[in-house]
Design a binder for this molecule. Structure first.
Ligand SMILES: *Cc1c(COP(=O)(O)O)cnc(C)c1O
Length: 503
């Protein structure tokens, strides 16, 4: 087993009397505890805390941190999640005292520098989106979706229109229907067009005829990811938007895949009325393991008054100085997050955009597309991709052929990749492709890494089936989700340790 010490708990490592620091004796007279804390609030017994020296604690946590794969340690082609490299310089900049030491209750006059940064971030996001009004508040992509749907609901309520439906394609990310349901809408799912290549999966694109059948005066929003979760640009997006707009509905662009189109085309230009960004994906905020994220939304000007506050505005002064202030839109849906959103992630995104500039942003997208197409070609003989010849920044391959011929599942390949030192791709999503394996290499990977990854996959698919079914063999925890009645459990939890029993 790798790194045995890291799988022990702190209480297992405890030694009575060990300390990380010694303090001088108190020179404050001892007060009887009863004088400070009434008897009924005093703990009946003290918790048994582990007793450790500082190096024990440091080693424990550093070792623990190496049990997980991360962008800093491994290639991480997790489709849809855009696990690109997180530049370390951003950490230093986001840690500057003028940013981390700001108290959220400081007055606007007191934090002009930070407000200017957030104002410029709003403007850059608006420019890349082609949508003028921005709220930086939402804390993640899903939160942005929910916020935008509340904005849409407020807009229709204001117009006296009763619209109850949100429509999305079957390839949509699960957060789309979840957000729609949470915002109180009825969810309608479209099947999409049949497969373009005659291969395994359907649902490549929005089917205009199917869309027309469902769009009516009750349609509030059509939500679509573009490029979609198959890594394909919705080629009829303008026609899609026209159908929705003609019926009085709004088009929401799920911007999680902006890494493919930033600087090349803009949601506002191809018919979107609202969108969210995932700053933690597209603009290099470190993510994984649940956050923190940042999911700003951009909307058309007729929706601006409904945005959550505060938004940052620039005011001209008589002296010609720039002044920045916080404003609440006139018909705001209210707040969706405390203060200004997850500022630390917004600062990292700001640094990224300022570092790359307009040309760099476009070139990052182009490089991401090139890398994805290169990897797609490398893998095509063993993991054919179901949809078309070219992809954008990601592609969905299918292990269906291997499943049928050799009984190897997408999950088997994914788990075995861990043994080879690669984070697996996204598997079994989108749902429209059987045994889906969704690869997103991102622009920050080299040709050598992609070649090595392809070599590993080619080796894995020739390996013994049982070896694959029981993988991973080097991770501290094997397949916890595989514990069921028909299979030998692969995970047990002896006291204080995580032990894979198939090792
Ligand atoms: C990641 C993702 C989301 C949700 O974003 P979070 O920031 O994880 O909440 C929505 N849609 C798509 C297509 C995504 O990839």
């Amino acid at each position: 087993m790798r790194n045995r010490q890291a799988t022990q708990l702190l209480c297992d490592l405890s030694h009575a009397g060990r300390r990380a620091a010694e303090y001088p004796a108190s020179d404050v007279p001892d007060w009887p505890l009863e004088d400070l804390i009434p008897a009924e609030f005093q703990a009946k017994c003290l918790p048994a805390l582990p007793e450790l020296a500082e190096p024990d604690v440091v080693r424990h946590f550093v070792n623990l941190s190496t049990l997980n794969m991360s962008v800093d340690t491994h290639f991480y082609p997790l489709g849809s999640c855009t696990m690109k490299y997180n530049p370390k310089r951003h950490e230093r900049l986001a840690g500057l005292p003028g940013i981390v030491d700001v108290h959220p209750h400081q007055t606007a006059g007191n934090i002009q520098g930070l407000l200017e940064l957030l104002y410029e971030m709003q403007r850059m996001l608006a420019e890349i989106a082609g949508l003028p009004a921005v709220s930086l508040q939402p804390a993640a992509g899903a939160h942005g979706e929910l916020t935008a749907l509340f904005v849409a609901a407020a807009y229709f309520r204001d117009r006296g229109e009763r619209r109850t439906k949100v429509i999305f394609p079957a390839s949509a990310h699960g957060t789309n229907p979840a957000s729609a349901a949470m915002a109180g809408f009825e969810c309608v799912e479209l099947k999409g067009t049949a497969s373009t290549s005659g291969a395994t999966g359907g649902g490549s694109f929005v089917d205009l005829d199917e869309l027309k059948q469902h769009v009516d005066h009750q349609t509030a929003v059509f939500m679509v990811t573009n490029p979609n979760t198959l890594g394909l640009f919705e080629k009829d997006i303008a026609a899609v938007a026209k159908i929705v707009h003609d019926a009085g509905g709004l088009v929401y662009i799920d911007g999680a895949n902006m890494n493919a189109i930033m600087g090349i085309t803009r949601p506002g230009d191809f018919g979107g009325d609202m969108m969210h960004y995932n700053v933690h994906k597209t603009f290099t905020g470190p993510h994984g393991a649940g956050g923190p994220g940042s999911g700003p939304i951009c909307v058309r000007d007729f929706l601006a008054d409904y945005l959550p506050g505060p938004v940052v505005r620039q005011r001209d002064t008589e002296s010609g100085d720039k002044r920045f202030e916080l404003a609440t839109p006139s018909k705001t849906i209210g707040r969706v997050r405390s203060f200004f959103g997850n500022v630390g992630i917004l600062v990292r995104g700001y640094c990224y955009l300022r570092t790359l500039g307009a040309a760099g942003v476009r070139s990052a997208a182009e490089q991401a597309i090139l890398n994805a197409n290169y990897l797609k070609e490398l893998l095509a003989d063993v993991l054919p991709s179901a949809h078309g010849k070219h992809c954008l920044h990601e592609f969905v391959a299918s292990a269906d052929g291997l499943a049928r011929s050799r009984g190897i599942s997408a999950m088997d390949i994914a788990k075995r990749l861990l043994d080879y030192g690669f984070h697996p791709p996204t598997v079994y999503f989108p749902l429209v492709v059987p045994h889906a394996m969704m690869f997103e290499p991102t622009e920050t990977e080299s040709k050598a890494t992609l070649d090595a990854f392809s070599e590993a996959i080619h080796k894995i698919v020739t390996e013994d089936g049982e070896l694959l079914h029981t993988a991973p063999h080097t991770a501290p925890v094997s397949r916890p989700e595989e514990v069921n009645a028909t299979r030998k459990p692969v995970l047990t939890w002896p006291k204080g340790q995580l032990v894979p029993i198939n090792m």
